[in-house]
Every structure is written in structure tokens, then in C-alpha cells.
Design a binder for this molecule. Structure first.
Ligand code: GLC
Length: 714
């Protein structure tokens, strides 16, 4: 008889329901309910899991209570390590823009090491929700708008977090969330109902979860939301039938915070007993913060709504995860020893490197960037210039508010011989304009003006939808006053945007010489920004999400189907607006560097390919710019004629090349022909013979892409 069999045979019902319960230890409140003190329940073995607790001593204190309980089952302790633990990396939306699976994995590995050293064995990451609606604050936490990209991020993050063996002391269990289709909440409004087609669910929102499962993710968290009227926490077809049945996922499903109790508010459960029954029958193993399993399942069992086997199956999965993590063998292993200083230093260096590579250069005219060496006086203006806490972005885990390097500190360190004159000018969100005049005057004597504008860290992430996506407060008034004066004085103006989403600010993109989207760069923000502004790092990020010109364009994304009347400016009766172009301000994949790349000679071989074959696409790229830089080359596909209408562009691959000025090189992108499968009218995967266009270039705009084609043959 295995250890788990013995334990299940010995456990009382309250002990079993305790293993199916997770409560917040209150060190970080991430939901509407704060638990009291769980110590007594842990001692009694009637709470088996905690979240929002970290620190070796705190974890050891709680773990000792559990280990000394009647059956000595160790606690599973988790935290939202979304983009770093104490050392913060750029927010996931920013990091997606690296288009570099090694980097995605490396930062997750670094975060897992730091979190495990703090006693954690689980994180509620990666967040894999595809989002095409920047009103939704949680776009910041995710992989952007593209399912192909999201699936590759999923694999890299699961590998990084879980390492090669889950029982390794530096491994933590990942939790793919929020399953699924949370991104298309109605009107971009947080927690709102979701209603998208089954095709959209399977084509757009499930691929990243299927990839995470294939990569061996330990846990899955259902979304708060309903999908066409069925709350994900009770979604039998997608949890029990698709996730567990079709994909064979036998890991742990953890509800979101209080989500089981919220089935009552959804209107599908009469009370906690009914809610607990629905969740358990759908396959949810752990109840986070609703106490629905502890309070509701005894009655559900008595009424025959659930069986002892249902409960034992959930307990088994939880105990199996704890065994896989090595918690039974050594519950104190994570947090037992402090990390070597060299590892901490290396992690900060990695955070700086990844932050520098996440900076998205949206505009750079009049050679505003990089800054000319020897600039005598630089005016730094705006509410995000000296705001270290805001650099963390949403979900800062254990990242301390004063820890990050501010832009001001970073620029001073990088430009010791430059006078960096700073003025806040206004707040992020208030109506205070009293500092604008001083800021304008301060900028007067400078050769270059750097504006630091954007959102507060808490204006994206959870419970942070925005209906207006411009700069909050009086930042526009500040920027316009400074820019207008700078133009008169012939000064260069550089705007750095800090946000968890694309910002709608056509006036800013129009009026400044350069715009750098820094997103929220994390602990090394100031140094990374200085690296880019001074040219020590050439920006290379590409946007993983479309930037709207106006909120009215949302949802906006590149991979749209053509419709029967695709946009034709010459034809009134075609798909377009009267008052805005259809095109985004900046498309998916857009991003400038300090080079300038020209494409030529695209070719695809073989001309005819079977499903079992591979396609190679080659393209010549030349750097005609003044500085060495890295270019990411995208490969899109368009199946012009198929049994269902296909998007006009679909990302199928990318390649990278680093070139010095004047240098030319060949980029080769390999694509297995099975990548051209799609879901037929019956939503079953098909491989249809016929021509497929292959489009290669810098971003998702057909006018910028070189076109080859291949013939798929059966
Ligand atoms: C929050 C979030 C979820 C997070 C969980 C625990 O409400 O929806 O992403 O992992 O609760 O903090």
C-alpha cells in the first residue's frame, strides 16, 4: 500500500476536506476575503494549503504545525510569482515582446529559485489568457493577443518554474491560469460575463493551456468568469471532459479566490453545498478561500450529491502533488538555506538585461535616441521619473516598494557628467497642475527633455479595467506644455511610457521625437532604461499586442478573418469607420531598434509539402541603419481558400538576426507543415490540401510583408 493510500485510508472527512482547502495567510491580500488565523486548523489537519505566505521563518512555523498534526501531512504554500518574487522582471506582457523562449524560461527559473528560497512550493503562474482588449487590466499579466505566441510562452514558463524535477529544492509547481477565455470579458470590464464562439475558445483561448499541460504544468486555475453562461469553476465540458478527459490532465485544479462561493452570485448555485457540489463534480480539487468544501461537502455527501470516491480522487491528486514536490520527504527543504550572494547578483543582472530587451521603441525621429554622448543637461519630467514603487507593475509578489531603481537614479548613474534636472510636474492621477510651470522652466536649459508618463502600477492587473486608455490625471497637459516649449527651443523630446496596457495617445506619438514603451520594467527599471537611452542596449522588443488609435476600435487584433467586404477605401460599402482608420496605432509585432532593416528575396521550400513534411522560409535582411541591432523576423500564414474562412494573417514562426551597419544576412524559419492544420466546420482539426501564402516581415501589416507560397498536398 502506498503512502498516499495509507493516508487516505486513515483520514477523517474533515482532514480530507482540509487537503481540499487553501486559505490566505494574509501577508498579501489578493482577493475580497481575508482569512483569520489558520494555525488551529493546520494543527488539527483541517487546512492543508496556504497562499500569500513567504519567508523561511514564517513558512517553517506553519509547516511545523502541519507536520506535527495527527497525520503530519505537509502544507502546500503558494504565492502569485507572476514576474519575479523579490527581484522583479518586466511584467509578462512586456516580456512577451522579447520573442525569446530561452529568456522567458530563464526569468521563470530565476524567479522560482528566489521563491523556493523563501519557502514557496507553488505559484499561480503562468497566466496564459490571450487578450485583445487593452481595457482589461489583466492584459498586463498575460502573453498578449496571439495564441501561437501564448503557447510558446506557456511551455517556457512551465519549464522555468518547475525545472527538471519537481522535488528539486529550487522547483515550484506552476499553475496555468485562468482557464479559460477570461480575456474577452464583456466590454473589457473585469469579471464580466464572457460569450465567445466555441471556435474562438478552441482556436484562441485553449492552445496556451494545451501547451502548458503538454509541458507538464502541475496545476490549473479556472477563471472567475462564466463562458456562455457556464461559470468556468463549474464547467464540466471544459474541465472534466476536455482538460481531464481529452487532454488527460491529472494534476490539481485550484479554484480562484472565493470562486466556488461565487457560483451563488453567478446564479447557478442555491447555496454553498450546491456550489461545492458543482465545483467538485467539474473536477476542482482545491477550494481557495471560499470554505465551500469544508462547510458544504459534508451535507452534499449526506445528500448523495457527491460520493466518497469524488472526494478521495481530489485528495489523491493533492497528496500526489505534495509527494512530487518532495514535501513529505523534506517539508523544510524550500527555505532551508539562504541563496548564495552570487546568485542574487546574477538575478539582478538578468532582470536588467531582460528589462532592457523588453523596452519597446515606438518612435525615433531626428535621431533623438540614443542620446548624443556628452549631453550637458537633461531635463527629466513627469510623475514616473522618480517612482520606484510604480516600476514594479501589478503583482509585485515580495518586491519591496523602495527596491526598484528609478529612472532618475538610473540616468544619474549612467550619465555622471550630465546634469539631470528633475521635476515631477504633476501626479499620475490627480488634477494638480501646480507643478507644470516649474517643469516647463526646468526643461528650458536642457538639450534634451525626457518625459516619464503613464499609469500607476495598480491601474493594470486584477480589478483594473479602464474605459479611457489615455494618460490619467493632468499628464497630457504637462506633456503638451513641455513639448510645445521644447519645439520652440529646438530641444529633442523623448517620452517614456509606463503602463500595463497599450496607451491611447495619438497626440503624444505625433508630437514627440521619440517614444519608448517601458511597460513596467521591474527592479532594474532605471538601469535598463538608461542602457537603452544611452545606446548601451539597442531596443529590440516587438509588441505582443495591437495598440489602438481609439478605444472605439477595441477589440483590435491582427488575426482577423476578412469578412465579405474587407476594407477598401475606394468603396463606401466595405468594413471601415467613418472617423478612424481600421489600422492600429502600432500593430502586433511592431518595434523599432537603433538599426534600420530592409528585407529582400523571400523563398519557401519545398513548393509542395505533405503534412508530415517541414517548410523552410528564407529571407535576406540588411541593416541599413547607423548602429548594430537585432531584428525579429515574423512568419505569418494565410490560407486564402479553405472550408472555413481563415484569418488574413496567422503567426506561425519567427527568426532573429543581429547585424552591424551595412551587414546582410539570411534568416531561416522552419515550420512543420502540420502547423497549417486548422479546425474545420465541425471544429475537428483538418489538414486541407491547397495553396498557403507565407508572409515574412517586421510586423503584422501586409503592406510590409514579402510573400511566398507553398502547396499543401495530401
Ligand atoms: C486572484 C487572481 C488569481 C490569483 C489568486 C490568488 O483573485 O484572480 O490570478 O492567483 O487570486 O492570489
Amino acid at each position: 500500500m502506498s503512502r498516499i493510500d495509507r493516508l487516505i485510508a486513515a483520514m477523517t472527512l474533515p482532514e480530507k476536506l482540509g487537503q481540499m482547502t487553501m486559505v490566505s495567510a494574509g501577508y498579501a491580500v489578493t482577493g475580497p476575503v481575508v482569512a483569520g488565523d489558520a494555525r488551529d486548523a493546520i494543527k488539527a489537519g483541517t487546512i492543508g494549503n496556504l497562499l500569500n505566505l513567504y519567508g523561511p521563518d514564517r513558512v517553517r512555523e506553519m509547516q511545523e504545525l502541519a507536520v506535527n498534526s495527527r497525520l503530519g501531512i505537509p502544507l502546500l504554500i503558494g504565492l502569485d510569482v507572476i514576474h519575479g518574487h523579490r527581484t522583479l522582471f518586466p511584467i509578462p506582457l512586456a516580456e512577451a515582446g522579447l520573442f525569446d523562449a530561452e529568456a522567458w524560461e530563464e526569468s521563470a527559473r530565476a524567479a522560482a529559485c528566489e521563491a523556493a528560497a523563501d519557502g514557496l512550493a507553488l505559484t499561480f503562474a503562468p497566466m496564459l489568457d490571450v487578450s485583445r482588449d487593452p481595457r482589461w487590466g489583466r492584459s498586463a499579466e498575460g502573453p498578449g493577443e496571439d495564441p501561437w505566441l501564448a503557447a510558446r510562452i506557456a511551455v517556457a514558463k512551465v519549464r522555468g518554474l518547475q525545472g527538471k524535477r519537481l522535488d528539486d529544492g529550487s522547483a515550484i509547481a506552476g499553475c496555468a491560469k485562468h482557464y479559460c477565455a477570461y480575456g474577452p470579458v464583456t466590454a473589457g470590464r473585469e469579471y464580466a460575463s464572457v460569450d465567445v464562439s466555441e471556435r474562438t475558445v478552441h482556436e484562441i483561448h485553449l492552445p496556451s493551456f494545451a501547451a502548458a499541460i503538454a509541458a507538464g504544468v502541475s496545476c490549473v486555475m479556472p477563471a472567475f468568469t462564466d463562458l456562455a453562461g457556464i461559470p468556468m469553476t463549474a464547467h464540466v465540458p471544459l474541465l472534466r471532459d476536455w482538460l481531464r478527459g481529452h487532454l488527460g490532465f491529472d494534476g490539481v485544479i485550484i479554484s480562484d479566490y472565493n470562486a466556488i462561493a461565487e457560483l451563488i452570485r453567478h446564479g447557478v448555485a442555491a447555496d454553498l453545498t450546491h456550489a461545492a457540489t458543482l465545483a467538485l463534480k467539474a473536477g476542482v480539487d482545491i477550494d481557495m478561500m471560499a470554505n465551500a468544501y469544508r462547510d458544504g461537502l459534508p451535507q452534499a455527501l449526506a445528500r448523495g450529491w457527491v460520493t466518497g470516491e469524488d472526494i478521495d480522487a481530489a485528495v489523491r491528486r493533492v497528496l500526489t502533488l505534495k509527494e512530487q514536490l518532495g514535501l513529505f520527504n523534506d517539508p523544510y527543504r524550500r527555505g532551508a538555506s539562504a541563496e548564495p550572494e552570487a546568485q542574487r547578483i546574477a538575478r539582478r543582472a538578468l532582470a536588467r538585461s531582460i528589462a532592457g530587451r523588453s523596452m519597446l521603441l515606438l518612435k525615433n525621429e531626428s535621431s533623438a535616441l540614443p542620446l548624443t554622448p556628452g549631453v550637458r543637461r537633461l531635463a527629466l519630467v513627469g510623475p514616473l521619473a522618480d517612482a520606484p514603487g510604480e516600476m514594479r507593475g501589478p503583482w509585485w509578489a515580495a518586491g519591496e516598494e523602495r527596491d526598484p531603481v528609478s529612472v532618475l537614479a538610473g540616468l544619474k548613474a549612467a550619465l555622471p557628467n550630465t546634469e539631470v534636472a528633475y521635476s515631477r510636474g504633476t501626479d499620475i492621477e490627480s488634477d494638480d497642475e501646480s507643478g507644470i510651470d516649474e517643469a516647463v522652466l526646468l526643461a528650458d536649459q536642457a538639450q534634451v527633455v525626457v518625459l516619464c508618463l503613464g499609469e500607476r502600477a495598480t491601474m493594470s492587473g486584477e480589478a483594473a479595467s479602464r474605459a479611457h486608455l489615455g494618460l490619467p490625471g493632468r499628464q497630457r497637459k504637462l506633456a503638451e506644455a513641455v513639448i510645445q516649449r521644447a519645439r520652440v527651443r529646438g530641444q529633442r523630446t523623448v517620452a517614456i511610457l509606463f503602463s500595463g496596457r497599450p496607451i491611447v495617445a495619438p497626440w503624444l506619438f505625433e508630437s514627440t521625437d521619440a517614444v519608448l514603451a517601458a511597460w513596467f520594467p521591474g527592479s532594474e527599471a532605471g538601469h535598463a532604461i538608461a542602457d537603452v537611452l544611452t545606446g548601451r542596449v539597442s531596443p529590440s522588443a516587438r509588441s505582443p499586442i495591437s495598440w489602438p488609435r481609439a478605444e472605439g476600435q477595441i477589440p483590435i487584433y491582427y488575426a482577423e478573418r476578412p469578412g465579405g467586404r474587407p476594407e477598401n477605401p475606394a468603396d463606401h460599402f466595405t468594413s471601415k469607420y467613418l472617423d478612424e482608420p481600421n489600422s492600429p496605432q502600432f500593430p502586433f509585432g511592431y518595434g523599432l531598434s537603433y538599426g534600420r532593416f530592409v528585407y529582400s528575396s523571400v523563398a519557401a521550400t519545398p513548393e509542395r509539402v505533405r503534412e508530415s513534411g517541414d517548410v523552410e522560409v528564407r529571407v535576406e535582411v540588411r541593416n541599413e541603419g547607423p548602429r548594430e541591432a537585432e531584428e525579429t523576423v515574423f512568419l505569418f500564414a494565410h490560407d486564402r481558400l479553405a472550408s472555413v474562412a481563415r484569418p488574413t494573417l496567422e503567426l506561425k514562426g519567427f527568426g532573429k538576426i543581429r547585424l552591424r551597419p551595412g551587414e546582410q544576412g539570411t534568416v531561416r524559419i522552419e515550420v512543420p507543415a502540420r502547423e497549417f492544420r486548422f479546425l474545420g466546420a465541425d471544429l475537428k482539426s483538418v489538414f486541407e490540401p491547397g495553396e498557403v501564402e507565407l508572409l515574412v516581415g517586421p510586423y503584422a501589416d501586409r503592406s510590409r510583408l514579402l510573400i511566398a507560397s507553398i502547396m499543401l498536398v495530401s
